[in-house]
Design a protein around this ligand. Structure first.
Ligand SMILES: O=C(CO)[C@@H](O)[C@H](O)COP(=O)(O)O
Ligand SMILES: [Fe+2]
Length: 220
């Protein structure tokens, strides 16, 4: 599986988002963390910023919605031009309807699981999604330490995905850096979100190249 890197703009300078997007021309996606003070104890940005970013960069936007009511808001992110819209299983009340709506609007549909949410109960939804996002920190903040206890879950998710044809991307998000990305890749992840490890580096584009090379060397 091809390795994809999705740098999280949560670790970028919010006053210079267009420049920060331009600083990572080798990114496959730009990961946009939408937080609403309700699903997580943090507030970041919403639709107007996604619409502005869409015009400022050609890199597709990978919107990770950490919001209390994704059923209400997710379609609007697809309409705003996001290439991928991911909703949290813990927040969605009508995930099948919402995932179908995201796809019908032309975006890829993602389902995110927080660390304590098991993947097995969602097996029946795999046909509705294009990407499964496994949080490797508690959602809410960048710069947290990678949770090694998530590695067996990444392996189980990869096995489930393979049983369903291997079409679905497996994204890991939180604490992914030069030291942890190899273990994630070896466990079966193929899309890697990295905030601090990219935007905290002196040369963000070089950091992406290094992360990609390490992941590729460990992936099966
Ligand atoms: O969704 C989240 C946090 O809730 C992430 O996307 C973080 O933004 C990743 O940041 P790092 O852990 O890579 O610094
Ligand atoms: Fe995220």
């Amino acid at each position: 599986m091809a390795v994809q890197i999705s740098p999280s703009i949560l670790a970028a300078d919010f006053a210079r988002l267009a420049d920060e997007a331009a600083a990572v021309p080798n990114a496959d996606w730009l990961h946009v963390d939408v937080m609403d003070y309700h699903f997580v104890p943090n507030l970041t940005l919403g639709l107007p910023v996604v619409e502005a970013l869409r015009k400022a960069t050609a890199t597709p936007l990978d919107c990770h919605l950490m919001i209390a009511d994704p059923d209400r808001w997710a379609p609007a992110y697809a309409e705003a031009g996001a290439g991928s819209v991911t909703i949290h299983a813990e927040a969605a009340k009508a995930p099948v309807r919402t995932l179908r709506e995201i796809r019908s609007l032309g975006a890829r549909a993602g389902l995110a699981l927080s660390p304590a949410t098991a993947v097995e109960p969602y097996e029946d939804l795999l046909g509705e999604i294009d990407m499964l996002l496994l949080m490797t920190v508690e959602p809410g903040f960048g710069g947290q330490k990678f949770l090694d206890i998530m590695l067996p879950k990444i392996r189980r998710a990869r096995a489930l995905i393979e049983r369903h044809g291997g079409r679905i991307w497996l994204q890991v998000d939180g604490g992914v850096d030069a030291e942890t990305i190899g273990r994630c890749a070896e466990a079966g992840a193929d899309v890697f979100v990295a905030g601090s490890a990219v935007y905290g580096a002196a040369d963000p584009a070089a950091a992406i190249d290094a992360l990609r090379a390490t992941a590729a060397s460990q992936s099966g």
